[in-house]
Design a protein around this ligand. Structure first.
Ligand code: C2E
Ligand code: MG
Ligand code: MG
Ligand code: MG
Length: 288
């Protein structure tokens, strides 16, 4: 009896493994088709300064499946990364974002003078390590007519796992053309605070896990305050991710954080709804 149960257990294990493999293959195939048929969409999430003014937005990728379902990157980014599909997908995202920047610039700004927004685009490590990454980015920016100073590339600490000098050179080359660099999810990876000094970045994004717990966890609170203080000393802009409550906002501003991003400021919304670089009036289109 025991033996039989064991066999059933093994069989169940085997089946769920097969199921997982099938799902991966289906996602990979779906991503390939989505690339060909441009079934990706961009959502923008606003970023506000201390006065509440919207100063930028992060570009967040969505996959529009054939059944009409909009899929968040958590489901497919890892697979895109492992299969290398993230390279053409990332290039597509960058091109769309740059074209959006250029289009906004060509539109007359109605009402009060609004300084132009910056757009932040996520770049995966695999993409960043492509030999022609810098040239590729510069070519896309140039072709779009976007102002490179309004483009922010978000990289994570993992880009520094490889050849640190090479990574630094790439960042420097991009910055020499006016493109800004942001260190995303800061504090979750392998970084040490000393990277902030030696690396050529303009902005540090405090990961939302710290923001979520900083008001009731002393460790998170200490990290948040240390990162903000050091960033300010080094002249770097700090952006807090995942700001959901007024208490979190007030505390972050009190500590000297310069820019806030999170559901409290606004949810990610389809980029078509952003008329001439302003977020849609009711930015709550995306649940969760
Ligand atoms: P990220 O770059 O750290 O983006 C922030 C994520 O936090 C987004 O999830 C956003 O929707 C979510 N978020 C924003 N505010 C709040 C909040 O107040 N509370 C909570 N709980 N969550 C909030 P999303 O859109 O699902 O993206 C997940 C990750 O996928 C991103 O994390 C980024 O690493 C990756 N990603 C998204 N778009 C791209 C892309 O175009 N290229 C690459 N390589 N990665 C991307
Ligand atoms: Mg990001
Ligand atoms: Mg992040
Ligand atoms: Mg994150």
């Amino acid at each position: 009896r025991v033996k039989e149960e064991g066999r059933n257990g093994l069989r169940f294990y085997h089946d769920s493994m097969q199921e997982a493999v099938r799902e991966r293959v289906a996602i990979e195939q779906g991503l390939r088709e989505a690339l060909v048929h441009e079934r990706f969409r961009l959502h923008l999430q606003p970023q506000a300064d201390a006065t509440g003014r919207i100063v930028g937005a992060e570009v967040l990728l969505r996959w529009l499946r054939d059944d009409g379902q909009l899929v968040a990157p958590g489901v497919f980014i890892d697979i895109a990364e492992e299969t290398g599909l993230i390279v053409p997908i990332g290039r597509w995202v960058l091109r769309q974002a740059c074209e959006l920047l250029a289009r906004w610039d060509s539109m007359p700004r109605a009402g009060t003078p609004q300084s132009p927004l910056a757009l932040s685009v996520n770049v995966s490590s695999r993409q960043f390590r492509q030999p022609d990454f810098v040239d590729d980015v510069l070519a896309i920016v140039r072709a779009s007519g976007a102002d490179p100073r309004r483009l922010v590339l978000e990289v994570t600490e993992s880009v520094f796992l490889g050849d640190l000098d090479d990574s630094a050179r790439r960042l420097q080359a991009l910055r020499a053309h006016g493109i800004q660099i942001s260190l995303d999810d800061f504090g979750t990876g392998y970084s040490s605070l000393s990277y902030l000094r030696s690396l050529q970045v303009d902005e540090v994004k405090i990961d939302q896990s710290f923001v979520r717990s900083m008001l009731h966890d002393r460790g998170s609170d200490a990290i948040v305050r240390a990162v903000i203080a050091l960033s300010n000393t080094l002249g770097l802009r700090t952006v807090a991710e995942g700001v959901e409550t007024p208490q979190q906002r007030d505390y972050l501003l009190e500590q000297g954080c310069r820019v806030l991003q999170g559901y409290l400021i606004g949810r990610p919304t389809p980029c078509e709804q952003w008329a001439s670089a302003l977020p849609p009036p009711a930015s709550g289109a995306e649940p969760g």
